[in-house]
Write a protein that binds this ligand. Sequence first.
Ligand SMILES: [Zn+2]
Length: 104
Amino acid sequence: MRVTAMSMFVDLVFFGIPGIATGGLAYRKNRSALAWGTLGFLSLGMALIVLAFMPFRCERCSNPLSNKQRREKTCPACEELDQEVYAFIDPIPDYIPESTRKLA
Ligand SMILES: [Zn+2]
């Protein structure tokens, strides 16, 4: 096949754009942009449709999130982890310098 400006344009539209779009969406969903971008490139954008139906993942722990959890920025797995961490931290410090400062 002859490489012309037209064939390059067609390649860009049918391979490049789906590849970039799929990679970009994968990045937003906290999934591998390179892997999904390659799939989007090879599958003529079919991977983009598959990816559109896949859940977002938590930025911190990669746990899959429902749309509601993503909007409210809550992750059940992270919350559980935070509770374990907070159990070791005293929530009310008994000495706060600002509150005891005398007025000059
Ligand atoms: Zn999480």
